[in-house]
Design a protein around this ligand. Structure first.
Ligand SMILES: Cc1cc2nc3c(=O)[nH]c(=O)nc-3n(C[C@H](O)[C@H](O)[C@H](O)COP(=O)(O)O)c2cc1C
Length: 207
């Protein structure tokens, strides 16, 4: 039997669907790269009641991520809506459960990126992306943003930053991804997939 293909974990939280739409678009970018797969996962909401238990399978969207999904990925795309200029608590809660991966260095030298959605244009896209970058660096991951060779980065009047893809969802969260946002989110997934595959292969050669 042949070895399973390496995969990029696309891990997101989304309450109203905007970040989920980005995650699905980024997944299409990953899947445009041959030799590597995408694994789309989400995290459950957190509750003020400690130890509250959600059904194991969410009613809609992707399946909940396990630590093993993260441990064995060859690349990671992390997506969160902006919450007061920061990543959302459910994603932070999941990241805070990854201490055993940090101790074992499971994510060291793997490429990672981040994406976000906001209701207002200057409401904290860059700070949210950077808030997601911090734990990735602690895990020893290699952060890949979006290069200006992506022409949409200069032309966008909505989302899109060199720190990662972003989306302006509007006050009612009903503005769909525009063409530039779609292009950039797709390009980010495709770039991450290429980097993940190249690093995966180089580590196989060294092993
Ligand atoms: C508690 C809370 C805090 C928020 N903080 C911000 C913010 O700082 N800036 C902003 O532009 N939007 C903010 N929003 C709006 C969301 O980031 C925005 O609606 C986002 O697109 C939702 O993504 P989703 O559809 O994936 O849930 C906030 C929303 C909530 C519920």
């Amino acid at each position: 039997m042949s070895d399973p293909l390496p995969y990029v974990l696309v891990l997101y939280y989304s309450r109203y669907g905007a970040t989920r739409a980005m995650a699905e678009r980024l997944t299409a970018g990953v899947e445009s790269c041959r030799g590597i797969e995408a694994r789309l996962r989400t995290v459950p909401p957190v509750s003020p009641t400690c130890q509250a238990v959600d059904p194991e399978i969410p009613a809609e969207g992707a399946v909940y991520a396990s630590l093993d999904d993260l441990r064995h990925c060859s690349g990671l795309a992390l997506g969160s809506p902006t919450r007061f200029g920061n990543m959302a608590a459910p994603l932070k809660h999941f990241i805070d459960s990854t201490i055993e991966l940090w101790i074992g260095g499971a994510l060291v030298d793997k490429p990672a990126t981040a994406f976000t959605s906001t209701s207002s244009l200057h409401g904290g896209q860059e700070t949210t992306l950077i808030s997601m970058l911090l734990p990735l660096l602690h895990h020893g991951m290699v952060y890949a943003g979006l290069p200006y060779s992506e022409v949409a980065l200069m032309e966008t009047t909505g989302g899109g930053t060199p720190y990662g893809a972003s989306h302006l969802a509007g006050k009612r969260s009903d503005r769909p991804l525009d063409d530039h946002e779609r292009d950039l989110t797709y390009a980010q997934g495709r770039r991450l997939a290429h980097l993940a595959l190249a690093l995966h292969r180089s580590q196989e050669t060294l092993a």
